[in-house]
Design a protein around this ligand. Structure first.
Ligand code: ADP
Ligand code: MG
Length: 684
């Protein structure tokens, strides 16, 4: 028996390990099992070079739990170690500046373990004593047992062992007895070891008998040694991809597409990414990509490695070149990692382009589910935006799909306005904005459906990029103004007539806090609707965005400004004017002459006053002018009141406004009921 001191400069390594590696205790098993796997792989390499003559056809790792003895043993039939090798690889650990480093990365067990090659020593997080019983593959090697009880002192002695390989026996400490349960170990193995390249055995296969699970005689292999991503894409069928997806996410819906990554330059990276089916809340679906290093699971938080917008994808990435054992912040600044990230983004775009080119109809079918990823990517990543412009789809109200280019061609002739802007008309809700959509379509315009949460942001992005393209929602203005072609010269109504109609219609607009109505006039043609309600594009977008951001805001609090656009060319509007003349005729005329008289009196007084200094104007004149102005204001007010009174009593005016409200889904409850009754009356 020989004893010695482990080569650490720090007084005692183990308290540090235990103290700082408080998180992620699970990984001790990953470290010990992957060392065992490494040992078998090394033996295989030696055999292939002819340096080892023994059998390497049955390489495996087995994990045994002994609840009574409170041990977990990991055994392999790999290359083993000689006493000298134990000395070299286990006892002498470089450990300079350890305390500083540990302090810095105390929350990141992966970083600490990787930095010091402390994989093996992570077993001390859960063990009060660890034994290595090992026999080297070398001819005539003496099997040895190394024991260490958590102090820097170890002992090493000769033992008997028939087979080449290593047993690591961990005597679990009293704080870590949670690991002495079969389920716990099975769970850790499933998490970290399920795709290791050598069979990992744990316990026996189970069988249901008399309502209970019982052990069979058969060894239970926990892993799949050659998972799909390690195979060549040519050797895999669609089914294999689907099955592998199910192995990863047993509960998830079928994915839309997969992307097999296979890179060996400038770094090694393999993997399969899936576009999952997602609905609206994509935040919760993040962190589904699993990161492996040579088939050893490392983490499922992939920020920094996978571009942010692709963290919505599912699947596996395996790269021995990602420095997995460093801290997150280091990882994000690593230039290799940045390359990996942009490479993945490119691969995803390439694959989508390929599917688009080869299977356009399939791509169209899946577009509605897919677009959220693509829109997200376009907004998040400039390069992806450029690539995606080839396969990004617009969908119109007829459910037809167009690329950006195709759509531009489609609308170019008909939807270019007089300022040479291309106008993209869209609806966010085909049913609610039905009349507007119909009207636009009747005019030969095409209307897009842009209805998802990212659409407003994407629209802004498009407009930024193309200053000659504008997106206009179909209900943001009357049809004549959506695509402004040429200026109207002919005026259907005089200024005075408009002035009279304004209070009439204002009087029949609903009074609510949510909306303010502004009466406006447009020539919409005799065939157009008599009245249309529109909502300014700017105001609406501001409101939508503040609603999307949640909480209260300036725009969110503003009442909805609606324009009640009166069609000056419509016969029914003229009918309202005629009815007004009939009803108010002479009395209104009288008011008008009075107003005119007052106005000319005021203007002649103003004229006389002009050129004179303030103090030269006699006080009496000043008072006269003031009272004339008051009288004029009163006259105008009573004229407005008269018109307003007329409006309130005019069934036709009310009916016209209600029709416009109805088309916008703004006529509800009692008002709707009154409308129906009034309609019946008017028809009678
Ligand atoms: P790393 O695996 O990063 O080299 P570890 O601390 O995990 O660091 O292991 C240290 C070394 O101990 C390994 O490189 C290997 O040489 C040796 N070793 C550990 N476990 C085994 C094993 N089961 N069989 C043979 N050698 C082993
Ligand atoms: Mg290791």
């Amino acid at each position: 028996m020989q004893t010695g001191k482990i080569g650490v400069t720090s007084e005692n390594l183990f308290p540090i390990i235990k103290k700082f590696l408080y998180s992620d205790h699970d990984i001790f098993l990953r470290e010990i099992v992957s060392n065992a796997v490494d040992a078998t792989q090394k033996l295989k390499t030696l055999a292939s070079k002819g340096e080892y003559k023994g059998d390497v056809t049955d390489l495996k790792v087995s994990v045994k739990l002994d609840e009574k003895a409170k041990t977990i043993t990991v055994s392999d039939n790999g290359l083993g170690m000689t006493a000298e090798e134990i000395n070299k690889y286990i006892n002498e650990i470089a450990f300079s500046g350890a305390n500083d480093f540990l302090e810095k990365y105390k929350d990141d067990a992966n970083a600490i373990i990787g930095h010091f090659g402390l994989g093996f020593y992570s077993s001390f997080m859960v063990s009060k004593e660890v034994d290595i019983i090992t026999k080297s593959y070398q001819e005539g090697a003496q099997p040895v047992k190394w024991t260490c009880n958590g102090s820097p002192e170890y002992s090493i002695e000769e033992v008997k062992k028939d087979e080449v390989g290593t047993d690591i026996v961990m005597h679990i400490n009293s704080d870590s007895e949670e690991f002495l349960h079969e389920n716990k170990i099975a769970e850790i193995l499933e998490k970290y070891c399920k795709f290791l390249p050598v069979p990992v055995l744990f316990g026996k296969k189970k069988e249901w008998k008399d309502g209970k699970q019982i052990d069979t005689d058969e060894e239970n292999q926990v892993n799949d040694t050659d998972p799909a991503w390690t195979k060549k894409p040519a050797d895999l069928k669609e089914d294999d991809y689907q099955n592998f997806y199910r192995r990863l996410y047993p509960m998830a819906d079928e994915p839309l597409f997969n992307i097999h990554l296979n890179v060996d330059y400038p770094f090694n990276l393999t993997g399969i990414l899936y576009f999952p089916k997602i609905k609206n809340n994509f935040e919760v679906q993040k962190n589904k990509i699993q990161l492996y290093s040579n088939q050893v699971f490392v983490t499922d938080s992939v920020e920094g490695i996978v571009p942010e917008f692709l963290t919505l994808l599912h699947g596996v990435i395996d790269s021995p070149d990602i420095p997995l054992n460093v801290s997150r912040s280091y990882l994000q600044s690593d230039s290799n990692v940045k390359k990996i990230s942009s490479h993945i983004s490119k691969k995803v775009a390439d694959r989508l382009t390929e599917i688009f080119n080869e299977k356009r109809s399939e791509f169209e079918k899946k577009w509605d589910d897919l677009k959220i990823f693509i829109e997200y990517g376009m907004l998040a990543d400039e390069k992806f935006y450029d690539r995606a412009m080839k396969f990004f789809f617009f969908k119109n109200t007829e459910d037809k799909y167009f690329t950006f280019e195709e759509y531009e061609k489609l609308i170019k002739d008909n939807q270019t306005d007089k300022e040479k802007n291309l106008i993209y008309l869209y609806t966010t809700h085909k049913e609610e904005q039905y009349t507007f959509v119909e009207e636009a379509r009747n005019k030969g315009y095409d209307v897009l459906i842009l209805d998802d949460v990212l659409a407003p942001h994407l629209i802004s992005r498009f407009e930024q990029k193309h200053s000659d393209k504008r997106f206009v929602r179909v209900d943001s203005d009357v049809i004549e103004n959506l695509v402004k072609k040429e200026d109207k010269s002919k005026e259907e109504l005089t200024w005075e007539q408009k002035q009279e109609l304004s209070p009439i219609f204002q009087a029949v607009c609903p009074e609510t806090n949510a909306h303010t109505f502004i009466v406006d006039f447009q020539d919409l043609g005799e065939q157009g609707s008599p009245m249309v309600i529109t909502r300014s594009e700017f105001m609406r977008r501001m409101k939508d965005m503040s609603a999307a951001q949640g909480g209260m805001s300036f725009y969110g609090d503003m009442p909805d400004n609606l324009n009640l656009v009166v069609n000056t060319a419509h016969p029914l509007v003229k009918k309202v004017l005629e009815a007004k003349d009939k009803k108010l005729g002479t009395s209104l005329e009288k008011m008008k002459t009075d107003i005119e008289a007052k106005k000319s009196e005021i203007s002649s007084m103003e004229k006389a006053k002009s050129g004179k200094k303030e103090e030269e104007v006699p006080q009496a004149d000043k008072e006269k002018l003031e009272s004339l102005n008051d009288e004029l204001a009163k006259l105008e007010e009573s004229k407005r009141e008269k018109l307003s009174d007329f409006g309130k009593k005019s069934k036709l005016a009310k009916q016209l406004v209600d029709l416009a409200l109805l088309a916008n889904g703004l006529l509800k409850g009692a008002d709707l009921d009154k409308f129906v009754k009034r309609s019946v009356e008017l028809i009678k």
